[in-house]
Design a protein around this ligand. Structure first.
Ligand code: SF4
Length: 383
């Protein structure tokens, strides 16, 4: 066996996009169409046992069984909300489990996936942030959340297809795990796998500006920005990353994201409604100024409380007033209906089961010392 073949041993094929699989099969002297066959078996059919992949030759099936992995997450727990939302706790490795949420609606079925085990970014209103951080998920661990949900629900609901949309709004900051997220998205959008359109996959970021630019260059998907505040003073408190990429720079990146004429999307701004914090009429007016000129819409998210959060949800009246000001200014504004609150599956409530191997404070101190954040090189997530 060659040294390149040796390197491929024990790869988890579920996390490889089509091009990577073609390269893989070329290295082991197999035809490139094997990539399509493997993708169809695993992602379309849900088959992960090579023995059942009957259009592969017997020697190839044996070789793959001995030399590669086809490893899926194990479901530890499933909770089903009265509104049909489901939350799964999925074991992704021997230490960590992440949460994935299925949100059925009349015209779509959305899967909210996690991109990291925990999160390093420490947004003060977020339950995930309290869990610490254990590392990036691999492309296999990300795509296998969709694999699990799709095939689990096909059987349970007796439907030929289930998931129509994917949002990267679960645990973690997806742009801090850029390469693995892009690989997983390529599989999601591949017609040999899930065939999701570019408007059906949304990457949500808290605002890593250089990575927004990189995302724009790399792949055409929808973008959501967790803005949550109309000025730097408030955003610095809610989203500490803002100290490194303030609102002006973030909005400039949003303009660049939409500048490509082929990109027909608008950007969604997420705005959690926190009582007395960011929900006043003057905040709504400031927000109008911040996003004016951008093709965008605003999702107002009534805060989903969790133990010791320190925040309260805005009153319905304040949310309605806020919405009214935005809409009067011509901004499409939706108040997101809380989903799955009875099973703590709503936005900002995901906690998972994380072995915190990198204490956030220590991590930030290290980055400050190295002056990395000040130089705005990138936010590094250390596994
Ligand atoms: S809101 Fe998102 S980016 Fe912020 S801490 Fe929570 S998971 Fe991380």
């Amino acid at each position: 066996m060659s040294s390149i073949q040796q390197k491929l041993i024990n790869q988890n094929l579920i996390g490889m996009p089509h091009q990577d699989l073609e390269e893989f099969f070329s290295v082991i002297d197999e035809k490139s169409f094997r990539a399509t066959q493997i993708m169809k078996w695993t992602h379309q059919q849900g088959i992960t046992d090579y023995k059942q992949m009957t259009n592969l030759s017997k020697p190839l099936r044996d070789w793959l069984s001995e030399n590669t992995i086809m490893q899926m997450p194990k479901m530890i727990n499933e909770e089903i909300s009265i509104d049909g939302t489901r939350k799964w706790l999925l074991r992704v490795d021997d230490k960590n489990a992440v949460e994935t949420v299925y949100i059925p609606e009349d015209d779509r079925a959305t899967l909210c996936v996690s991109s990291q085990a925990g999160c390093i970014l420490d947004c003060t209103f977020c339950a995930t942030a309290r869990q610490g951080f254990a590392g990036n998920l691999s492309s296999a661990q990300i795509i296998s959340q969709l694999w699990f949900a799709e095939h689990h629900l096909r059987k349970q609901l007796n439907k030929p297809r289930v998931i129509s949309n994917v949002v990267f709004m679960g645990m973690g900051e997806p742009l801090a795990n850029f390469d693995n997220v892009i690989k997983a998205i390529r599989i999601m959008m591949d017609d040999n796998a899930y065939g999701l359109g570019k408007r059906k996959v949304t990457v949500s970021t808290s605002g890593i500006v250089p990575k927004i630019d990189k995302l724009r260059e790399e792949i055409d998907v929808s973008l959501a920005v967790s803005l949550h505040a109309p000025n730097d003073e408030i955003r610095n408190q809610l989203v500490p990353l803002n100290r490194h990429y303030p609102i002006k720079e973030l909005i400039a990146a949003c303009h660049r994201f939409l500048a490509d004429k082929n990109r027909k999307h608008s950007i969604t701004f997420e705005y959690v409604m926190l009582d007395q914090m960011n929900d006043q009429p003057e905040h709504a007016k400031q927000l109008v100024k911040v996003i004016q000129g951008l093709s965008s819409k605003v999702n107002l998210i009534p805060f989903n409380t969790f133990p010791n959060s320190g925040y309260k949800r805005s009153t319905d009246e304040m949310i309605e007033n806020f919405k009214e000001i935005l809409q009067t200014s011509g901004i499409t504004t939706i108040t997101r209906r809380p989903r799955g609150t009875d099973i703590a599956a709503a936005c900002g409530q995901l906690a998972g089961n994380i072995k915190d191997e990198v204490k956030r404070q220590r991590h930030y101190e290290k980055l400050y010392k190295a002056d990395l954040l000040k130089q705005k090189v990138e936010v590094q997530c250390v596994s």
